[in-house]
Design a protein around this ligand. Structure first.
Ligand SMILES: [Zn+2]
Ligand SMILES: [Zn+2]
Length: 443
């Protein structure tokens, strides 16, 4: 009798597993292989626009899981020589919504200084021909591994969801042009257009084991601007015979400060930063020109347009005031920027419930928006497709506590010292993303 009871209990436990009640057990089973994947990716980072091996690896893994995979998606506007290394894996599993899950594929020109045993030693020549170290200093290796883990969990849990799953690997996130390159290459006519798009990004300021969410605008748009202020060069001893572009550039830098402080509503966040200023060669020469590089950050598109208009007006106005002839007018180039990231509030609400069920209430926290940027928002086609990116805690809780108490920040994203805690972070990443997709496609 007792034996029978034992048998029934064993069957009950087995049934629970088959029904996917034990996502934790499935994660336990696979975590060692994910850690290997993570270390291998970490040791072999590739710069933006050059993600050849990384994308082939991710594509191969999705294919093994039964996804229909398309590779080499992406057409870059600025440089036709670059190959678009975007990939998508599609898994159709009956009627229902199409959910897109994104990971980035690229790494950064940073020489790793973490000292971890699997630290990157990769060096390559950048576009300027200089040798640079390459590192996954933004944690895209964590994202790819969580992404592949999620894909595996969802293929095994096919009985619990219905719909179409699109797993998308995006190149060139760090340069801000990869998402657009994929869309320009007719992404949404070649794959089913998603009803929802989700992504995660690791966050060093958040404890591993936790996820963070930000409803509404979460990250800013970023626009790069090149300004060439042209003057009339001459001898440093005879300013009356020249039009000094250095003085004009200095006035321009100061005048630009009034855009945010005097022209913009304090309720609409905006940043105008002059990050680079170069002009002249030596003490006694008034140069012909000065070059400035700016970054502009805003949430709303109308604010971005207005700020760009103000920059143009101010630069031209200051130059005209200096009496620089019209044929030496300033040259202003606005590069293709990155749109802001808007997390659909309804979708966020829905995922927060799923996250809390999976991770516990205390491990799901709201976080403030930031002015950093990311091109994931493009996949929402200007907010038409509900999309959200959520934060994945990546640091040892004791270190986060220490950092909050001392006010000394932990090494941030893009730092040569950024070292997420791999195991708990991957566990949480897979669990959170799998739970999110299961919720959106549940039967
Ligand atoms: Zn980054
Ligand atoms: Zn990143």
């Amino acid at each position: 009798m007792h034996k029978l009871l034992l048998l029934i209990t064993a069957f009950a436990v087995l049934a629970l597993n088959v029904n996917g009640q034990s996502l934790d057990a499935m994660i336990d089973r696979d975590i060692a292989s994910w850690l290997t994947t993570y270390r291998n990716l970490h040791m072999a980072p590739e710069l933006s626009h050059r993600e050849e091996k990384t994308s082939a690896f991710v594509a191969g893994e999705l294919r093994k899981l039964g996804f229909t995979v398309t590779e080499r998606i992406g057409t870059y506007q600025n440089d036709q020589q670059w190959v678009g290394y975007g990939i998508v894996g599609v898994l159709k599993n009956g009627p229902g919504p199409t959910v897109l899950v994104r990971t980035e594929l690229d790494a950064l020109p940073v020489e790793e200084k973490t000292g971890v045993p699997f630290a990157s030693t990769v060096k390559t020549k950048n576009d300027a021909g200089l040798e640079v170290g390459v590192m996954h200093a933004c944690g895209h290796d964590i994202h790819m591994t969580s992404f592949l883990g999620t894909a595996k969990m969802l293929t095994e849990l096919k009985s619990r969801w219905s719909g179409t799953l699109v797993m998308l690997g995006q190149p060139a996130e760090e340069t801000g042009d990869g998402a657009n390159a994929m869309l320009r290459d007719n992404l949404y006519t070649n794959i089913p257009k998603p009803d929802f798009a989700i992504a995660l990004h690791d966050k060093p300021e958040l404890e591993t084991g936790k996820v963070g969410y930000t409803p509404g605008y979460a990250m800013a748009s970023a626009t790069s601007i090149d300004i060439k202020i042209r003057g009339v060069g001459g001898h440093g001893s005879a300013p009356e015979l020249a039009k000094d572009p250095i003085v004009v550039a200095a006035q321009v830098v100061m005048a630009l400060q009034t855009i945010v402080s005097r022209e913009n509503s304090p309720l609409d966040p905006a940043v105008v930063t002059v990050g680079s200023i170069h002009g002249g060669t030596r003490y006694n020469i008034i140069p012909d020109e000065v070059n400035l590089q700016l970054t502009v950050r805003t949430y709303k598109e109308e604010v971005r347009k207005r700020v760009l208009g103000s920059i143009e007006r101010i630069v031209k106005g200051v130059v005209a005031t200096a009496g620089i002839p019209e044929d030496r007018a300033p040259v202003i180039k606005i590069a293709e920027g990155t749109g802001s990231t808007y997390n659909d509030p309804k979708l966020v609400d829905r995922l927060v419930v799923a996250f809390k069920q999976a991770l516990g209430d205390e491990n799901v926290v709201q976080m403030p928006p930031i002015m950093a940027s990311e091109d994931f928002g493009y996949f929402s086609l200007d907010h038409k497709i509900p999309a959200t990116i959520f934060w994945l805690g990546a640091s040892d809780p004791a270190k986060v506590k220490q950092s909050r108490e001392s006010g000394v920040p932990l090494p941030g994203l893009h730092s040569a010292l950024f070292a997420p805690v791999p195991e708990p972070t991957l566990r949480t990443g897979v669990k959170a993303m799998t739970s999110a997709v299961l919720d959106l496609m549940k039967k």
